[in-house]
Design a protein around this ligand. Structure first.
Ligand SMILES: [Zn+2]
Ligand SMILES: [Zn+2]
Length: 190
């Protein structure tokens, strides 16, 4: 179940206490406009200290609410994307065969994590369902020797050359992703 957001919880509590924004502002020594902004979702309108004071006054248990932007996070595990065409997996040639080396990233355990490159659901263990041994950071499962990434498309031409080209393409793609994720959310118009 989704936890109540702090500004909504405090707004509801204020109404339950039949307190106006003005009255609450007065007892906290702040402006009414700050409370108004806070209650409409601007968590930065009030200092953490004032939020705590307000919660105490309105008898709201903050520990049962979400504080800050992120919800509570559980333990994390290493995950990888199982798709062979995904830029998170780097192709190499081992004894003439293409092998993909997955890039591991940390994510919350027991929750599905979407690959940021290809939107596939990431795995946190050997893809062989009979095995399920945890990831070792290499390209193959230690227990059953299954490659983490199954090669579905056969490379055109020499595997070594293909892998070289692919690595170049992947680096380029990843560079583009970095640029996108670093780009500011709002356009600067000057
Ligand atoms: Zn992917
Ligand atoms: Zn395995």
């Amino acid at each position: 179940m989704k936890k109540l957001e702090i500004h909504i919880a405090l707004r509801e509590a204020r109404r339950t206490h039949e307190m106006t924004q003005v009255a609450l502002a007065k007892s906290l020594g702040i402006r009414q406009s700050a409370i108004s902004m806070f209650e409409s979702g601007r968590h930065d309108a009030l200092s953490q200290e004032k939020i705590v004071a307000m919660a105490e006054m309105l008898e709201v248990d903050l520990t049962s609410l979400r504080l800050g932007k992120r919800g509570p996070t559980g333990p994390t595990v290493l995950k990888y994307c199982p798709i062979d065409g995904c830029p998170s997996n780097i192709p190499y040639v081992v004894r003439g065969d293409i092998v993909f080396m997955p890039t591991l990233s940390r994510a919350t355990a027991g929750q599905s994590t979407i690959c940021r490159f290809c939107s596939e659901i990431m795995l946190d263990a050997c893809p062989n369902t009979d095995c399920g041994t945890e990831l070792n950071g290499g390209a193959f499962c230690e227990a059953c020797r299954q490659p983490y990434v199954t090669v579905t498309s056969s490379p055109v031409g020499q595997p070594a050359e293909w892998a070289d080209e692919e690595r170049g393409r992947i680096l380029e793609l990843r560079g583009m992703f970095e640029l996108i994720s670093e780009a500011p959310a709002k356009e600067n118009r000057s």
